[in-house]
Design a protein around this ligand. Structure first.
Ligand code: SF4
Length: 398
């Protein structure tokens, strides 16, 4: 009989090797497992094991990755800014010999993180300024961002919230008591119809605590939409258990936005996690951050968007990387993002084209950007260009 653990994942399938994409060599699961004594495939499929065994030191990482001097320095010095934590599952996807491996670039700090540019900020989107109570950001009229914890499975080096995420080290503190003020605010503001639960990563909360949050939100009459923003299906897919999915299903609709940045992240294991969610009728969208040397290439981005559709995740936003402290090595000019949209729109399924946005510094919100398709306009109508640069006239109705 095929062994099944609480995630419902077929353990025979855990011996899969990550697919080699874009010519990138993969580390191996077996090599990472050898770091731990007496580890079994059941342990590997247990999200709490994965979480508790995250790689946090240079000494351990060196056993499976040929670290560059910049990475070594980054690990030594980045702790106060944004700690390093890499689940064994993610480590198994890292190319041991390629410093440009897209998973590696997102997981392992570089010395460049300590290089701060003039335009960089702790809180570029001014979330603190738009926070009426602890843990709530109210920037748009009918929706709020509800931050419920500060922990993540992996600390992404480009994180917009690097000022506050970490394993309890930033002193912000979120717990059931601190949620009360947020619930009171949402109840008192009848214009709020949409709540995005984020963090940190809300899916690192226990099923019980997450359920209590969703239930309280669903009991507020004017809250029509509850969304969860998470990276866990990518960095800790074992967390997507049948129990979690059954709980979420009870409160349908709960929308989930998943942070994906590269096609290499879409493994068979991630597909399994997304299938569990999608099979339960949970609508899935993706959010992607445009990152230098990782996905700033129209070919890679098209592949990512097409692969997302294959696992039933609808590309939603492509973000210009926010100017957080020490992010210069990740950021590319806005024109790069516009060019990527130009190469997607009309060249692949419309469902595979996200909205490219700049979350403008100072709290101005998301500004959508894209190529210009209007060539000229007169009293009769518009001259447009299409994706092949052919021009067409559209007569406006009188
Ligand atoms: S999972 Fe999201 S919040 Fe956490 S470190 Fe990564 S980008 Fe930041």
């Amino acid at each position: 009989m095929t062994p099944i653990n609480s995630t419902g994942y077929d353990l025979k399938a855990t011996s899969f090797k990550p697919e080699k994409k874009e010519g990138i060599k993969a580390n191996s699961k077996e090599k990472v497992m050898s770091l731990f004594e007496d580890v079994t495939p059941f342990d590997w499929e247990d999200w709490k094991w994965q979480y508790s065994k995250r790689i946090r030191s240079k000494e351990v990482l060196k056993k499976i990755v040929n670290l560059t001097s910049s990475e070594e320095k980054g690990i030594d010095l980045s702790g106060e800014k944004l700690t390093m934590a890499i689940p064994p599952y993610v480590a198994s996807l890292i190319d041991a010999n390629d410093p440009n491996c897209p998973i590696r670039r997102q997981a392992i700090p570089l010395a460049s993180e300590l290089d701060i540019s003039e335009d960089e900020m702790q809180d570029p989107c001014a979330e603190e300024a738009y926070s009426p109570v602890h843990g709530l950001v109210h920037r748009y009229p009918d929706r709020v961002l509800f931050l419920v914890n500060e922990m993540c499975a992996m600390y992404c080096r480009h994180c917009t919230r690097s000022r506050m995420v970490g394993d309890g080290s930033k002193g912000k503190g979120f717990n059931l008591k601190t949620y009360d003020a947020a619930f009171e605010y949402i109840k008192a503001h009848k214009e709020i119809r949409d709540v995005l639960i984020s963090g940190g990563d809300p899916l690192l909360l226990s099923d019980q605590i997450l359920e209590s949050i969703i239930k309280r939100l669903k009991n507020i009459e004017h809250v029509e939409l509850v969304r969860i923003g998470t990276r866990v299906p990518v960095t800790l897919p074992q967390r997507i258990t049948e129990e979690l999915v059954s709980m979420l299903k009870k409160y349908s609709p709960v929308w989930i936005s998943i942070h994906f940045n590269h096609p290499k992240e879409i493994t068979k294991r991630v597909k399994f996690a997304c299938d569990l969610l999608a099979d339960s009728g949970i609508p899935l969208g993706s959010q992607t951050v445009l990152l230098r040397g990782i996905n700033d290439d129209p070919v890679i981005m098209k592949k990512l968007m097409q692969e997302l559709l294959k696992i039933r995740v609808r590309p939603y936003y492509l973000y210009q990387c926010d100017p957080i402290m020490g992010s210069k090595h990740f950021r590319v000019p806005v024109a790069v993002g516009i060019n990527i949209i130009e190469k997607l729109r009309g060249h692949t399924s419309g469902y595979a084209v996200p909205i490219f946005v700049v979350d403008v510094p100072g709290g101005g919100g998301k500004i959508p950007l894209g190529p210009e398709y209007v060539i000229s306009k007169n009293d009769e109508g518009y001259t447009f260009r299409n994706h092949d640069n052919e021009q067409f006239f559209y007569r406006d109705p009188k």
